[in-house]
Every structure is written in C-alpha cells, then in structure tokens.
Design a binder for this molecule. Structure first.
Ligand code: MN
Length: 143
C-alpha cells in the first residue's frame, strides 16, 4: 500500500467535494486506496496545518489557505494532463499518470514541464505544431 502525502489528500478531497458536494472518509479511502485510519490521521494533520476545518461527525471545509493550495494542485494537474496528451498519452492514462508525476519527480522537472506547457499556450494557433506531432505519431504506425 502506498503512502500518500498531504497534496494527494487535498486533491482527492477537492475533487470529491466538487463532484459530490460533501465528503466521507470512506470515499477518500476508496479514491486513494488507503485505509480509513490513514485517512482520519491525515485529516487531523490537514486540520492542524490549517488547510481544512474538520469536526468529528461533521463535514470537511477548506480554509482559504487550503483552497489556495488545492487550486494550485489542480492547476498543476491540468497542465500535466495537457502535456501528456500532447505527446500522445490516452486521456485515462494521462489523468492517472499526472498524479504520479505531480509528486514523484523533482520540483525542477515539474517546473520545466509547466513552463513548457505555458510556452505552448503562447504559440499562435496557426503554428500547428501539436497537430503535426499527432500526424507524425499516426504516420509511424503505418510504416
Ligand atoms: Mn493529480
């Protein structure tokens, strides 16, 4: 069983909350494939660090600090998914692998990937390089 860090939890809680509007320990445990006691422990830690407010038998609410970090994590995630899709990774794998990349590679690599995607956003629409790369990938299949 993998240990998950605070950012994984914040991301999972954020996603569950936006999808369902409320959060149960069980849902977080299922999503992250960890035990319920691990979830409870991390919830305590997140509350101690002022990312969330938590009341036993009550709900989980993000603090401003928690919201800010969760949004940053989501932004990073979307940019990484975009990068992976540009280089030809399927939607499903891109989403899963983005989460792995987020935390398992050095901050330097993450920053370089983010800079790359931000650069791509600055390119004029008519440069078509991403489209050309997709064509190149397809052509290689046919060789
Ligand atoms: Mn992620």
């Amino acid at each position: 069983m993998t240990t998950r860090n605070m950012e994984d939890y914040l991301e999972a809680i954020w996603n569950l909350q936006s999808r369902k509007g409320y959060i149960k320990v069980k849902d977080i445990a299922d999503k992250l494939e960890v035990t319920r006691p691990s979830v409870s422990e991390m919830i305590k830690k997140l509350a101690e660090n002022n990312y969330i407010l938590y009341e036993k038998y009550g709900g989980i609410v993000f603090t401003d600090k928690g919201k800010k970090l969760a949004r940053e994590i989501k932004r990073r995630h979307s940019l990484l998914v975009e990068f992976l899709k540009i280089i030809g990774v399927s939607e499903e794998n891109a989403d899963q692998d983005a989460c792995k990349l987020e935390h398992d590679v050095s901050p330097e690599t993450i920053n370089c990937l983010l800079e790359f995607i931000e650069f791509v956003h600055l390119l004029p629409d008519n440069s078509k390089w991403a489209e050309n790369f997709q064509k190149y990938l397809k052509k290689k299949d046919m060789l």
